[in-house]
Design a protein around this ligand. Structure first.
Ligand code: IMP
Ligand code: MG
Length: 183
């Protein structure tokens, strides 16, 4: 069994060092922007779990952590545009400051739905933090990203929480899968 992290079908796009440095910067920015507030970080499962763990530890404020799960592409690699809440929040968010934490914004359809949905619950504010932004396939051009780690080219990327058919979430870096046909 060859080692996963040095799999020759992967081309490293962002190193672990680049990612951790950038997340610390985002955390410092959020710490500054939300001084005196107690925001709730809402991670979008499963992809955001690694970014969320780093980001939360870079925010020097009294925060709380929640997770939601929405329907994603499944095994297909393109968005259906249909969004379904699979796991909802366990808490009410009326009057709260929310930061939605996502792995990647692609078409933006998932996030548009989610942000609107949270706003409609009476949140005081809803902002978006994403590790990656893939601007080219964006359908909702109005989607505002408040905190963005990196922009990436229009390629399928994996690692740091992002998967290809549930694989590669554990890579400590972001990579492009050179040949998606090869297991
Ligand atoms: P959107 O609604 O098209 O913005 O979908 C965003 C979701 O699709 C992300 O949260 C990911 O779960 C998934 N996704 C989009 N692009 C990629 C990619 O390049 N690699 C892995 N997952 C992706
Ligand atoms: Mg996701």
């Amino acid at each position: 069994m060859p080692a996963e992290f040095t799999n020759s079908n992967l081309e490293v796009l962002l190193s672990n060092e680049q990612i951790t440095t950038r997340i610390k910067e985002l955390g410092a920015e959020i710490t500054n922007d939300y001084a005196g507030q107690e925001p709730i970080l809402i991670g979008v499962l499963k992809g955001a779990f690694v970014f969320m763990a780093d980001l939360a530890r870079s925010i020097n404020l009294k925060i709380s952590i929640e997770f939601m799960a929405v329907s994603s592409y499944g095994k297909a690699q393109k968005s259906s545009g249909e969004v379904k809440i699979i796991k909802d929040l366990d808490v009410a968010v009326e009057g709260k400051d929310l930061i939605v934490v996502e792995d990647i914004v692609d078409t933006g359809l998932t996030l548009s739905y989610l942000l609107q949905n949270l706003q409609s619950r009476g949140a005081k504010s809803v902002r978006l933090a994403t590790l990656l932004d893939k601007p080219e396939p964006r359908i909702n051009k109005d989607l505002k990203i408040n905190y963005c780690g990196f922009q990436v080219p229009n390629k399928f990327v994996v690692g740091y929480g992002l998967d290809a058919a549930e694989r590669y979430r554990n890579l400590p870096f972001i990579a492009v899968v050179k040949n998606p046909e090869i297991a």
